[in-house]
Ligand binder design. Sequence first.
Ligand SMILES: Cc1cc2nc3c(=O)[nH]c(=O)nc-3n(C[C@H](O)[C@H](O)[C@H](O)COP(=O)(O)OP(=O)(O)OC[C@H]3O[C@@H](n4cnc5c(N)ncnc54)[C@H](O)[C@@H]3O)c2cc1C
Length: 369
Amino acid sequence: MVFDVAVIGAGAMGGAAAYHLAKSGANVAVFDQFTVPHDRGSSHAETRLIRQAYFENPNYVPLLKRAYELWTELEDTPGQLFVKNGLFVAGQKDRTIMQGILDSSKQHRIPVEVLSSLDAKNRFPGFRFADNDVCIFERNAGYLLVDNCLLAHLTNAEKLGATVRQKTIVDSLSKTSDGFILKSGNTEFKAKKVVISAGAWAANLLPGKYKPVLSPHRVPLFWFPRIADRPSSEGNTTCFAFDLAEGFFYGFPQLSSDGVKMGLHKPGMKIINPSAFNRELADDERNPVKDFIKAKLTFVRPTITKEATCIYTMTPDENFIVDEDDGMVILAGFSGHGFKFASVIGEIAKDLALTGKTKHPTDFLRFRW
Ligand SMILES: Cc1cc2nc3c(=O)[nH]c(=O)nc-3n(C[C@H](O)[C@H](O)[C@H](O)COP(=O)(O)OP(=O)(O)OC[C@H]3O[C@@H](n4cnc5c(N)ncnc54)[C@H](O)[C@@H]3O)c2cc1C
């Protein structure tokens, strides 16, 4: 059989691509080397933040607006995907991130509340704000439950007729006159088009020019215990972030007995081989988050209950690569902020695979080096 499209990698992006391709009637196969969900790539560990007042670059906002619609449509499937519990980001007003949030919200009319330090202290009593901090609250922000999101895309793709091949590594990819041959061990698969959504492994399958611009880094995540009877915010539900000189720290409401999940948004040690790297964390990775808790949080003890290692695949400018190149759709380099976009990236991948173009504004994400 020759598939219309083969999707390599069934993580956040590949699962979404398979879903949109199957929904549009294409004969699609999606391959993953592991069983999804798993904790070896970039899409594990409970939750991801989702927000629209996008400090990284306002060009992302139209994509986020469509991503919100698509996550909500997918929500009809069993299992909650998107919890819109609000997010505040606190810091000095003149910092780049704080200005970026305000610029994006103004340019794209995204409702945010700008609170003074005093108002923030009253509203979010579990946090310490500096006197000259501002606190920007985005009511429609929140978090995505990662395993449910991955499974919603993949199981719906399968229901719509997609062939889902888990525990099937694609060892090599070669171009023929009318499509591609994928080799997995002794088995060959044929497809007219391919989507490469292989996360930290993408450079193994892509032409050489992609290797220098895709840089996988390990990134730790930590869980900490709550202190009983100390509220963080009303109902203890808000996501939070602080943009400090020490870095951008963020956290979620407690979802399990593991405690409150927190992280520092920063690529750590460079990974040479994503299939075999040291996942043991060190104190110099733990201490910044513990120090952040001591300085800013009154409702959490700085004692780690659980930790996880995840992967950011960085590009030089920290913007994604979403492009079509000689029959291949490339979804790569999501640089530690891609998950929230997966629903719309799937739709874009479908457009690019089936027609070679998309109506979504993605020119700024084409290969650019
Ligand atoms: C700690 C951390 C925190 C983050 N926080 C946020 C956040 O708050 N908000 C946000 O929007 N984003 C966040 N991100 C980023 C986001 O999670 C990633 O951008 C996103 O998960 C990337 O998805 P992906 O599909 O590219 O990669 P993955 O989900 O890793 O998927 C790639 C898949 O390809 C498979 N694969 C690879 N090679 C092959 C092969 N040859 N054959 C078969 N299968 C193959 C892998 O097994 C894997 O399942 C965070 C990331 C990390 C690590």
